[in-house]
Design a protein around this ligand. Structure first.
Ligand code: ATP
Length: 239
């Protein structure tokens, strides 16, 4: 089953073309990494999939329908996510769970993301990595079929990062599909079944890690791909 299908999607903000004829497909059960330099269009892609923005042209389908119809079946961690103050970890997860018909029981979920010992703490007292795990719990609470994670481990140390992906993988084991953005090549290579490289709103590569790095390391492949398109399309040029 195709979980994400974007066909010839262009998104313009005034004179800025954030996405430029993007074609992207993700199948059920896949873990897919989205790599790209700053401004490549990764966050814009997530916003379209979550119905937080609409494409200027092209089609976006999530779980077989328009993004608006899939909302309750999708869990997300966005870079811009804010958390309310003076509420405890347990209260917040319980509150978010109320908007889903079949939410995972709060304490079970907190144990899954290793936050059970922090359940009674106010969210403002959490460390950066704990905060990310709380955001993961909030993304998982509705047993989503699709997880969209925008740089989910950016603030995490090595051990937290490992634990995070173990937890996310368990979610995939339960039938979920994951699309995640990262700037960390090793993470993309270690975690993903498939890597997408984008720059200037276009897809430059789409392959399993082993195929992408057959003759070179991923960082070199990434730089070669993204420098090529930057040279071909200097800053400010729309096409
Ligand atoms: P980063 O790695 O820095 O997070 P990104 O790949 O997520 O980058 P986007 O945030 O999708 O990139 O941005 C793509 C382009 O669209 C950028 O040039 C950005 O400035 C522009 N853009 C994104 N959102 C808006 C907006 N609401 N209004 C105007 N321009 C926008």
């Amino acid at each position: 089953m195709t979980v994400i299908e974007m066909s010839a999607v262009t998104k313009e903000y005034g004179a800025v073309r954030a996405l430029d004829g993007l074609d992207l497909r993700v199948e059920r059960g896949e873990i897919v990494a989205l790599l790209g330099p700053n401004g490549a269009g990764k966050t814009t892609t997530f916003e379209l999939l979550l119905d937080l923005a609409r494409p200027t042209r092209g089609d976006v389908a999530v779980l077989g329908g328009a993004p608006a119809t899939a909302r309750g079946r999708v869990g997300a961690m966005l870079q811009s996510a804010g958390l309310p103050e003076q509420v405890t970890v347990r209260e917040l997860v319980r509150l978010v769970g109320r908007s889903y018909p079949a939410a995972v029981p709060t304490d079970e979920l907190l144990r899954r993301v290793s936050l059970h010992e922090r359940a009674s703490r106010v969210v403002t007292s959490l460390s950066g990595g704990e905060r990310q795990r709380l955001l993961l719990a909030m993304a998982l609470v509705g047993e989503p079929e699709l997880l969209l994670l925008d740089e989910p481990t950016a603030a995490m140390d090595v051990a937290s990062r490992r634990a995070f992906w173990a937890q996310a993988r368990t979610a995939v084991g339960h039938g979920a599909t994951i699309l995640f953005a990262t700037h960390d090549m090793a993470e993309a290579q270690g975690v993903a079944d498939r890597i997408l490289v984008m720059a200037r709103g276009r897809l430059l590569a789409d392959a399993p890690p082993a195929e992408l790095v057959a003759d070179d390391d991923l960082e070199a492949v990434f730089l070669a791909l993204t420098e090529e398109i930057s040279a071909a399309h200097p800053e400010g040029a729309l096409s």
